[in-house]
Structure formats: C-alpha cells, structure tokens
Design a protein around this ligand. Structure first.
Ligand SMILES: [Cu+2]
Length: 548
C-alpha cells in the first residue's frame, strides 16, 4: 500500500506490492502518457488562469467574458474573474490571505446580467457575504471590505445572484480563497508544501461543451429538478488531466466546484485502492490526520488530503478516481431508478477507448440525459505519473490542530425537513423569498440543527453562509456512507472539524452544532441552501436572520 505511511517500516512492508509490478519504463526516459489523459493539470502559477495572488489590501476583480481553451485547441468564450495586478493578468486567481488581514475587494460586473461574489465559508457580515439581495447589474461595481476572521483553510468564491448562480459558475466563475495562519504555515514547513508544486489545488467540475468548445448550460425541467450533470469531468478547467509527481508526500486541496455531481474520491493503482490521509475539511485542519480509502465530496465541499508516494517507483501510475456509488435519485420513491446504482469501477484500459473512458457507466438516467455521464458513475479524474525519484524523509505530524468541540447541549434545537412538494425542492415546506426570513437566530446563540432528508428525495449538500459548524452525528445513513464512519456517531473523516456544507442522503438525518457568535452589529441576513446549484436556483434556499 502506498499509505501515508509511518516512515520507513511502512514504506518497506506496506510497499511490497510496488516491487512486484512490472516497470512501465526505465528510469530517465520521459513518462509514458496515457492518450486518454493527455492534458497537463493546470497548476496555480504567478499569472494566467488560477494564478496565485497574495492579497494584502485591495484587489479589483472584474467578472467578464474571457477566451480560454478548456478543450485543447479550442479556445472559446467562458466567464472568469480577472485581476490585473502589477503587470500581471490573472484569471480566476487563487486568492491567498493571512488570517486577520483586512481585505478590500472591488467587484466590477462587465456581464450583461446581474452577479455578486459570495465568499464561501467566510465569517463576514451580510454586506460582504454576497447574498443575492446585493447582486449588481451589468456595468455596476460592488465594494467589499472585511477582516478575515476565519482560521486557515481552503475556502472559495463564486457568483450568487439568484436564479443564475448555476449558470455563471458552470460558465467558469469560481476559484479558491486560501487562508493561512501560523498553524498552517507550520504544516507547510514540516512537509515542505508549496502551492502549485507540492500543495495542489484541485477544483473538480463536470461540464458539457458545444462543438466550438464553449461550455453549454441549458438544463431542461427535469435537469433543473435533478441537477445539471456534464459528461466531461475537468480539474482546474482541464479535461482528463495528468500530473507529474515525485516520490514524496503531496497535499491535494480538493474542491467540488460542480453544479450537482457528487464524487466518491479514491486513489487507485491498478484496481487496488490506496490509503491516504484526510487532514482538513471545509473549515481547515482536523485534530490529526485520518487514514481512509475514500471520501464523498458533494458540491461546495472541500477536503484536503495527503498522498504519500514515497514507496512508489518512477514510471508508476496512480489515479485519482471517483468510484461508482448509488446516487439515490429516489424522488419518486425509495429504490426508484434501479439502473442508477453500483456502476462498475472504471477499468484502467488506458487509450483503448479514448473518450469512452467514461463508458463504464450504468444506463443513462433518462432520455433527457442520455449521452451524459450519469450521477454515481465511476470516472477517473486525474492521472498521477510518478516521474522522479527524490529524497524525502519528513514524517507526517501526529497532530495538526486543536478542535474545541462546541457545547450545544443548552442550545435550542431546530429541525429541518428536506423534501420535494408541488414540483419544488423545499426546506420545511419553504422556497426562497428574497425579503422573508423564516429562520431567526439570536446573535451569540448556540443551536443544534437537525436536518432530515426525506426518503423520497435525492442527496442534498446543505450550506450555511456566515458560520462554520461542527457535525454531531449522522443517522439513517445508506450503507455506502455508513461504512466510512470513524466514530460511534456515524461521522466519516470528511465530516470532522469545521464545516460549512454537509451532504445529506435520502432517509438520513444529520445533526450539527452551530455557534452564532460574531462581532457584527445590527441584524444580519444570511442563507441556508442546497449547494446543488439547480436546486438553489429553483428556490431550495431560505434566509436566516441573526438578530443583533
Ligand atoms: Cu438539493
């Protein structure tokens, strides 16, 4: 196993399977490219797409139409956030900020429709949150100014105008917002982690394209109900990417930036699933690394993992893959759509079927989506070529951060039911009303939220603005989730630490502890919504007012 191993012993004993595999090539020759994964993974550099911008002060961001080749050789129109900074032009910059810094961001909307930026995961006041109420028309600007109160983590930013969030994000508007603090910098030093080199952001999105290479977003009524699924899965806007790695430990900061698709993330070598370590979730580092072979990651969620390639050999290949799972589209009753479940894992027959590497999928969900990659289908995401042997003898820290459990026992308990009624996804029977605030919370209150997803439903990734929460338990979970539990409360490693988005499966109940303490004066209005963006655009979203 290629586990994030405990030093040399694990490397030798656990690495046994590596030695018995035939060498793919001789050391020193260039790596063999899998023709089905021919595109270099775009890595954050100093400019261009996903360039890293260290923000200390003011940043001017234009939401605009840009030209970029997502499909190789097919430059086409997309939407992007553009920043011009000291002679550099960055598109969808990875913004990197020190905890405690004060940020001024000026958004200029050059689109021909309204937009606004939501800073996903950040503890900011309502004026700075990017609630759709603050969306600005084309030609207008919006000034943000806030202090970064969050701890270090991989947050992100994306549009949030009501009714068009799914479309604008799908057309390209999204990137990461990395917060660093002393704890985080200590980890970077301990493991020699550098963003874009050994600390690799992976924004996973599925898209469809028209013949010109332009992302095509045109959900019909059924796709608005289920979510919009594309047939190509891209990482950092590149389809079928590869990454040349060395024999060392890598950190992957994985964001599910897809509109609706859930991934069951695993690393595999051949058919063998590899151990890796979960070190952080939405709101930053966990108390310690957790060893696992897979995690579920739903729209909006982040997970950070360590992959230990020390026992690998030059020429070896490791795949980041999404394993088949039951997508549980049970809107018409439990067990509906039996054709969806348990698709076979992808066979690593590289190059044999070209585009059809997605072809191991089960039957399409519907006539409307035929030809697409069905929800829950197995799909390879990233080919990792072990291309260089290096010396690397840094141990994985046994502890990462202190997570103080929220004491919510005295707090009020609030129940939420997710279900489809009268042709719409609803939260406690409600759909979005811009000016109504059905949930009212007192600032400083600690509450327990119990979110139950009905049986006749589908998975909903539920996101709250303005606050991070701690998960207390999962119950009624499907087996594919239950088997990942690391504690008696049914929580998986990806449920630990601080979170802002939680996947709730049909029939499942999750309990969260929330602390509504914040330093902002006056009433503040935030959102609680499904991060399946077709669901939220259709109104699966309610306001929360936090009273001063
Ligand atoms: Cu939903």
């Amino acid at each position: 196993m290629i586990a994030a191993g405990a030093g040399t012993a694990a490397g030798l004993a656990g690495g046994f399977w590596w030695w018995n595999r035939p060498r793919l090539e001789h050391a020193g020759l260039p790596p063999v490219r899998d023709p089905a994964f021919p595109n270099p993974l775009p890595l954050p550099g100093s400019d261009g797409m996903f360039g890293v911008l260290d923000v200390a002060g003011t940043v001017a961001i234009a939401a605009k139409s840009a030209r970029h080749a997502m499909l190789p050789g097919k430059p086409a129109r997309m939407l992007a956030y553009e920043v011009q900074h000291e002679g550099r032009k960055l598109l969808n910059p990875v913004l990197r900020v020190r905890a405690g810094a004060t940020l001024r961001a000026n958004l200029w909307n050059t689109l021909d429709e309204a937009t606004i930026i939501h800073w996903h995961g950040l503890k900011v006041d309502a004026n700075n949150d990017g609630h759709p109420h603050y969306a600005i028309a084309g030609g207008r600007t919006y000034d943000y100014q806030y202090t970064v109160l969050n701890r270090a983590a991989t947050y992100w930013y994306h549009p949030h105008a009501h009714g068009t969030t799914g479309k604008q994000l799908y057309l390209g508007l999204a990137s990461l917002f990395i917060v660093e603090d002393d704890e985080e910098l200590a980890l970077q030093r301990a493991l020699d982690l550098r963003v874009g080199v050994s600390d690799i952001p992976l924004m996973i999105q599925d898209k469809d394209f028209d013949v010109s290479g332009t992302p095509a977003y045109a959900p019909d009524a059924e796709q608005r109900a289920s979510g919009y699924f594309g047939r190509e899965v891209l990482i950092n806007l590149a389809p079928r990417p590869y990454f040349d790695a060395a024999t060392r430990i890598y950190r992957f900061r994985i964001l599910n930036g897809s509109n609706a698709r859930i991934y069951r993330l695993a690393f595999r070598s051949g058919e063998r699933l590899l151990d890796y370590r979960v070190i952080a979730t939405d709101g930053g580092l966990l108390d310690r690394p957790y060893r696992t072979k897979e995690v579920f990651l739903s729209s909006g969620e982040r997970v950070e993992v360590l992959l230990d390639l020390r026992a690998a050999r030059e020429g070896d290949t490791v795949w980041l893959t999404s394993r088949a799972f039951d997508p549980m589209h049970q809107e018409t009753g439990p067990g509906a759509h039996p054709g969806h479940g348990a698709a076979p894992d992808p066979q690593p027959q590289a190059g044999e079927h070209g585009m059809a590497h997605h072809g191991a999928a089960p039957a399409p969900q519907s006539a409307a989506q035929s030809g697409s990659l069905p929800d829950g289908a197995a799909v390879d995401l990233l080919r990792i070529n072990v291309a260089a042997k290096v010396r690397y003898d840094r141990p994985v820290p046994a502890t990462l951060a202190e997570i103080v459990p929220l004491d919510a026992k005295q707090g009020a308990s609030r129940k939420f039911l997710l279900q489809r009624e009268q042709g719409q996804w609803r939260i406690n029977g409600l759909t979005f009303r811009m000016m109504e605030t059905p949930i009212v919370v007192r600032r400083g209150a600690t509450e327990i939220w119990e979110i139950r997803n009905s049986e006749r439903s589908m998975p909903h990734p539920m996101h709250i603005h303005g606050f991070q929460f701690q998960m207390l338990s999962r119950s009624g979970s499907p087996e594919q989730q239950r088997q990942l539990a690391v504690n008696a409360q049914g929580l998986a490693s990806a449920d630990l630490g601080w979170k802002d988005t939680v996947l709730v499966w049909p029939g499942e109940t999750v309990r969260l502890a929330l602390d509504f303490t914040h330093p902002f004066n006056g009433d503040q209005v935030y959102l609680f919504h499904c991060h399946n963006l077709e669901h939220s655009d259709e109104g699966m979203m309610i306001n929360i007012k936090v009273l001063a």
